[in-house]
Write a protein that binds this ligand. Structure first.
Ligand code: HEC
Ligand code: HEC
Ligand code: HEC
Ligand code: HEC
Length: 110
């Protein structure tokens, strides 16, 4: 919490300049779902498993339908159903796990 607050404070000028799109995933969710417990079933918070994400986001099939028609479909690949956390991060910069081996350009993980 302390660390999060500090980071938020340090990034404040950045946020106001760049807008909500540059907020981290957990902060964007806080704007919508309003409480840490939406993702963190246990307090103090621990890492969040895909099961908790899918409670709201449905299934990999549903996600794949939303991201179909792009160059790659991050939700339907030969990695099958990886943990959401392989790419999406709650409180840090996301990564595209595919790029451990590939080099897909211009794909941003929200
Ligand atoms: C309590 C419900 C809830 C939970 C739990 C939840 N989300 Fe979401 N999420 C939403 C809603 C509502 C939206 C906005 C509508 C949409 O895009 O589906 C959203 C949007 C997103 C987006 C689109 C980008 C953005 O921020 O707009 C991503 C990516 C995402 N969620 C990933 C995750 C991941 C990963 C987890 C688990 C760590 C997670 N969500 C857990 C409700 C939830
Ligand atoms: C291999 C990396 C990867 C994994 C694993 C992954 N995602 Fe994503 N996700 C992405 C990328 C990249 C995008 C942006 C796609 C785009 O804009 O074309 C995205 C977009 C989304 C969106 C927004 C879709 C939209 O309509 O734009 C949601 C919601 C989401 N992911 C949820 C999840 C959840 C929940 C999980 C776990 C069950 C998950 N993702 C696993 C890479 C991943
Ligand atoms: C969108 C879902 C989401 C929301 C909402 C969310 N978190 Fe998280 N949190 C995560 C994920 C995913 C992780 C795993 C590490 C990462 O990806 O940053 C995490 C990790 C953490 C950790 C580190 C736990 C550990 O043992 O590694 C703390 C502490 C934490 N969150 C606190 C909070 C607090 C406090 C709030 C409310 C202000 C909050 N989180 C809201 C998704 C969320
Ligand atoms: C651990 C390494 C690794 C990871 C991570 C990985 N790939 Fe691959 N991928 C490969 C290998 C090896 C091949 C087969 C060799 C080839 O065809 O280039 C391949 C092949 C592919 C192909 C077919 C290539 C073609 O031209 O037909 C696609 C598409 C693909 N991967 C997409 C993805 C996506 C999307 C992700 C992330 C969700 C991902 N890969 C993650 C190693 C990986």
């Amino acid at each position: 919490m302390k660390k999060t607050a500090l980071v938020a404070l340090l990034c404040l000028p950045l946020f106001s300049a760049a807008g909500a799109a540059d907020k981290l995933l957990a902060d964007r969710h806080m704007d919508r779902v309003g409480k840490c417990e939406a993702c963190h079933q246990t307090m103090p918070p621990k890492a969040v498993g895909s099961k908790q994400c899918l409670a709201c986001h449905g299934s990999y099939d549903k996600l794949a339908a939303r991201t179909d028609g792009k160059d790659i479909n991050p939700h339907a690949s030969h990695l099958e159903d990886p943990d959401c956390g392989a790419c999406h991060r709650g409180h840090k910069k996301p990564v595209l796990a595919c790029d451990e081996c590939h080099e897909f350009k211009g794909i941003k993980v929200p």
